[in-house]
Ligand binder design. Structure first.
Ligand code: SAM
Length: 383
């Protein structure tokens, strides 16, 4: 693989520093702006190359030693070589640079930067368990014991205590398990650890009990969940009539039920919708309706026009053209949009601005410390 000596210029999205070489933009991981580094080029595109830092000749004053022995080998984190404070500043700058016309205050919310993940997917291969090395199916030695992002209870040595029912507490039985499983996905359920693929999860948040089905989505940052929901609550008008798209098992609407008069929730995962109906009932709600629909396949029905607030929380792909067009057709007064992908969020905001919507709240919630990801919560209001 090609080696290069290169000066890193500036941060760009995705955890990369941008550099240039021989007419190519080079996206480098593991560096900091201003540093002179030796890199290995791991991918050559026609115009864009990707590289990873091998050694640093001129370090930045912002560089700190990584606290993870498998950092960069694993690929899960992008920012373990800078302080969390600098990381937050960087994420805020990257976000605000995507919205140059925004002149309001960008609020930044963060919680603990360690042990925040309430779920984990351990890979199993060659009688080992842990994370894959980036772009490979090779398990990194001992990686199941020292990931700092996951709740300690999910590290495999600790999870054994909780997983006795799976007979993986003894090494011999654990090996037996490895033959049948390619992954072991675990999630925290109140005080227990459960298997994501086959068991439901129980959560208590802001005086609300929720159940999440096996394989159903639930937000992963256990320390920022209440902060996020409270911020959404503050963006909602009183007695709102809400259309909740990509509603999962109903978390947002059900937790914020005191501010909502009526709600229609749509989501494609059938079991999540079953659980949303159950969760609403369990929390004493009668005026919420839920339906299973693929929001990327179908246009929205006429009856959604009665909902003046649309609450959308799509996967990374963002909103489909059908949903954006439906917003144009049905003209809700406001769209509250929470996204884990700032690029698709920006694309959708640009489309909605053409229909007369104006951004009036921009918030960064650092759901994924030490990685290049973060959640963005916005509100758009019709002029
Ligand atoms: C980011 S999650 C949000 C879930 C929920 N708002 C929450 O906070 O738990 C995105 C949700 O979109 C759902 N989803 C993915 N693709 C979909 C589609 N094509 N149509 C409808 N829902 C979809 C997923 O099942 C998931 O529950």
């Amino acid at each position: 693989m090609e080696k290069l000596r290169i000066k890193l210029e500036k941060w760009v999205n995705g955890g990369y520093c941008l550099a240039h070489h021989d007419g190519h933009a080079v996206f480098v991981e593991g560096g900091l702006p201003g540093e002179l580094v030796d890199i290995t080029v791991i991918k050559h595109g026609n115009r864009e190359w990707f590289g990873i830092v091998d050694s640093i000749l001129e370090p930045s004053p912002n560089r700190i030693p990584s606290d993870c022995p498998v950092y960069l080998e694993c690929g899960g984190c992008s920012y373990r070589h800078l302080s969390y404070e600098v990381e937050l500043k960087l994420k805020t700058e990257l976000l605000t640079s995507m919205f140059p016309n925004w002149n309001g205050n960008t609020e930044v919310f963060f919680g603990r930067s360690e042990g925040y993940r309430n779920n984990v997917q351990w890979q199993v291969a060659d009688k080992k368990i842990g994370f894959f090395a980036r772009n490979t199916h090779r398990i990194i030695q001992n990686s199941s014991t020292h990931c700092k992002n996951v709740d300690k209870r999910l590290l495999i040595e600790n999870a054994n205590t909780y997983l006795e029912q799976y007979r993986i507490s003894k090494k011999s039985n654990f090996r037996k398990n490895q033959k049948s499983d390619k992954t072991i996905s675990l999630r925290i359920s109140k005080e227990k650890i459960v298997r994501y693929d086959s068991e439901e999860t129980e959560v208590e948040v802001l005086n609300t009990n929720l159940k999440v089905p096996s394989k159903g989505f639930f937000q992963i940052n256990q320390f920022l969940l209440e902060t996020w929901l409270t911020k959404i609550k503050n963006l909602l008008p009183n007695s709102a009539d809400v259309l909740e798209l990509f509603c999962g098992c109903g978390t947002i609407g059900i937790v914020l039920r005191d501010k909502i008069s009526s709600l229609y929730g749509i989501e494609s995962h059938e079991k999540s919708i079953e659980y949303a109906k159950f969760n609403a009932k369990m929390n004493g709600i009668k005026s919420f309706h839920y339906e299973t629909k693929d929001l990327f396949q179908r246009s929205l029905p006429q009856e959604v026009k009665i909902y003046s607030v649309w609450l959308v929380n799509p996967p990374r792909a963002g909103l489909s053209k059908g949903i954006v067009d439906s917003i144009h057709t049905f003209k809700p007064k406001s769209v509250i949009y929470s996204s884990c992908n700032p690029s698709t969020l920006r694309r959708d905001i640009t489309s909605l601005e053409k229909f007369g919507y104006q951004l009036d709240s921009l918030n960064l919630l650092d759901f994924f410390p030490r990685t290049n990801h973060y959640e963005v919560l916005v509100r758009l209001t019709l002029n």
